[in-house]
Design a protein around this ligand. Sequence first.
Ligand code: HEM
Length: 165
Amino acid sequence: MEKLSEKDKGLIRDSWESLGKNKVPHGIVMFTRLFELDPALLTLFSYSTNCGVAPECLSSPQFLEHVTKVMFVIDAAVSHLDDLHSLEDFLLNLGRKHQAVGVKTQSFTMTMRLTVVGESLLYMLQSSLGPAYTTPLRQAWLNMYSIVVSAMTRGWAKNGEHKSN
Ligand code: HEM
């Protein structure tokens, strides 16, 4: 597993300081953007049949629970910047679970351009941090994101889905 520079860690910790105190609203910003970018992702949640459009779903308890889980994973990554490898097994399993519910690696992994999950995370950071969202800060978050996602992607591979699927 790759390592982050001390500079990246500082930028990530400082920016998460305020965002992490208000996880769910920031998670809603991220997922609102995600469903705008790829509305089909909504249907992967079995409980999406209980709601209609994305804004309605994102105010339902089950969706809010998933948003909360997502933000806790980000929080765990930020708290373990010095030993991200300790999350390896957890992230691998998380990748497997997402593969099992029909999420494709393309939603997570970065190849030529940013993908929908990465794009939505950056959108949330940009809208919350305003002028504090600088190029080095964006890059620091992208570096952490790519470490987290590469561990999750190994979960897809273990389940038999080829990385490029
Ligand atoms: C394309 C975006 C995503 C989709 C479509 C998606 C979909 C799902 C679905 C359908 C479930 C099972 C139902 C549930 O527990 O609510 C789930 C569980 C979960 N998701 Fe996601 N998810 C996405 C992104 C993420 C991200 C970015 C994270 C955090 C990095 C995350 C963390 C979790 C966690 C912690 C669980 C619970 C796993 C367990 O049961 O142990 N998800 N996700």
